[in-house]
Design a protein around this ligand. Structure first.
Ligand code: MN
Length: 498
């Protein structure tokens, strides 16, 4: 479901003609070698494309504008092999609109003590040239990532790889379209927000549809198509009847299969990549979409419950950013539900009424049919599982009235201490960093929501960089967080992002 362009990143090396053609040839050869090695390393999720060495104002300006125009180009990586007078970069940088990485590296790893002379120094002076270039980017207040180190170093390559995913998130953000089926849950504040401002800031299109429009698509699904999908369900998942008659159980599951197919077709026809539903506004739907939504999320759709379009867009965004990642552990909408406050075992039980993405599951997935405690429909079928252990991030985008704030909390996911046989929903259990008490206090002070977009596969740094490029505030809750410093951070944000 995640259809993206074959994104590429341009590698632009800066120099000047003061040192003669021989030096420029070396600069070109060295930068080509770096690009080839980066691609050969297979450590980068996207290809790097070498561009001719930039030495004049005209060429720099033209190259940056070509990068703007090329829809497969998701960003530019710059590096000053020699000194490169930075006034030459002003017009190009002024007109450039995509993510920028400044790779502060050097062709040689070690100083060649025995042979070094002034010619060598002039040719290999990124320490000098990158400062000149960095100055103008800072003076122009342009957001960019700076990665420092030797280009063969694994750590450096990982940093470039990580930034590439952020850059693709920035470019793809403006292709996210959220379908709102019905409106936000009545009287709920934190799931609301300014949709016009979201489009200005993030490029998201957020549109409402009457629930009956999508229901027509559900009702149009043939019985044969439902049977086919049911075969897949029965093969893939463990059916847990909970004492229900298997035929009656099957009818409930079939309704979710019909919803999955109908919803997916409608989303595809209307070109939406994220969806919100609301248990209180289901029209002629017989069940709250549970299993159906869980499977759509697994296919790459964003989802937000109770009309939460911000979470739906964030889940979609984070699924795009992690796309194709080897060993990915999953991304889902989540909700902070209930605490364990036993000393030494503190944590939050994460779940939702139904809709948790099975990409985060570990172990077998079962299907259960149980009543909902809310709403007035048939008992919905849902996928039930527990989640993987390990570190992840929980992200909440809130609208503070005059601006958006992104709250990013590092969390440690753990195995549930005991089985919960009477809880028929998928769960995760995590302890926020630095600990439950500080983490939850900071989260509440920042105005974070109960719904989050959660992933094991991105870092707080990647999401913070995304926020910086979007021009919104990001606050971090992690192992270094203390409440006095966090409060000061929020106060500074009030001034900076007014
Ligand atoms: Mn909810």
């Amino acid at each position: 479901m995640i259809k993206k362009k074959e994104y590429k990143f341009w590698f632009c090396t800066g120099s000047q003609d003061l040192y003669g053609d021989e030096v420029l040839e070396h600069v070109a050869r060295h930068s080509k070698e770096i690009v080839e090695e980066l691609n050969r390393s297979k450590m980068l999720p996207y290809e790097v494309v070498w561009k001719p060495v930039l030495i004049t104002n005209e060429l720099i300006r033209r190259t940056f504008n070509e990068a703007n125009e090329d829809e497969n180009c998701a960003g530019v990586i710059t590096w000053m092999h020699t000194f490169s007078p930075a006034k030459s970069w002003i017009l190009g940088l002024q007109e450039y609109r995509k993510p920028l990485l400044h790779l502060h590296t050097q062709y040689n790893e070690e100083i060649p003590y025995d042979t070094i002379d002034m010619d060598f120094m002039n040719e290999n002076q990124a320490a000098h040239g990158d400062r000149e270039y960095g100055h103008i980017v800072s003076r122009m207040r342009i957001e960019r990532k700076v990665v420092v180190g030797y280009w063969k170093d694994e750590v450096v390559r990982k940093k470039i790889a990580s930034w590439m995913r952020t850059a693709v998130g920035v470019i793809e953000s403006s292709h996210i379209r959220v379908m709102r089926v019905a409106d936000n849950m009545r009287n709920v504040a934190v799931t609301e927000g300014d949709k016009v401002e979201a489009q200005i800031k993030f490029g998201w299109e957020v549109d409402a549809y009457p629930v009956n429009d999508i229901i027509e698509s559900v009702q149009a699904v043939s019985d044969a198509d439902v049977r086919k999908l049911m075969d897949e369900y029965y093969e893939k998942y463990m059916m847990v009847y909970d004492g229900r008659d298997p035929d009656e159980f099957k009818k409930h599951v079939a309704e979710q299969a019909r919803i999955e197919i109908g919803f997916e077709r409608f989303l595809e026809e209307q070109n939406y990549q994220a969806i919100v539903t609301h248990f209180g506004d289901l029209g002629a739907l017989k069940q709250l979409p549970g299993l159906a939504i869980q499977r759509l999320m697994e296919k790459g759709y964003g989802f937000g419950a109770e009309g939460d379009w911000k979470v739906a867009a964030m889940v979609r965004l984070m699924k795009i950013m992690t796309e194709g990642m080897e060993g990915a552990k999953g991304t889902s909408m989540m909700e902070d539900y209930t605490y364990n406050l036993v000393r030494g075992k503190e944590g939050i039980l994460e779940a939702h009424m139904l809709e948790i993405c099975p990409s985060i599951s570990e172990g077998p997935i079962s299907v259960r049919v149980k009543p909902l405690s809310m709403g007035n429909r048939e008992d919905p079928a849902r996928l039930v599982f527990t989640s993987k252990e390990g570190r992840g991030i929980a992200v909440s985008l809130v609208d503070l009235g005059n601006r958006f704030r992104l709250i990013i909390n590092d969390v440690e996911c753990k195995k549930n201490e005991k089985l919960m046989p009477n809880l028929p929903v998928a769960t995760n259990f995590w302890t926020p960093y630095p600990d439950l008490y500080t983490g939850a206090e900071a989260w509440i002070l920042a105005g974070g929501a109960h719904h989050t977009a959660f992933t094991y596969d991105l870092t707080a740094e990647q999401m913070g960089d995304w926020a910086d490029l979007m021009g919104i505030e990001a606050v971090f809750i992690n192992e270094h967080t203390t409440i006095p410093e966090f409060k000061r951070d929020l106060k500074l944000g009030e001034v900076f992002y007014r």
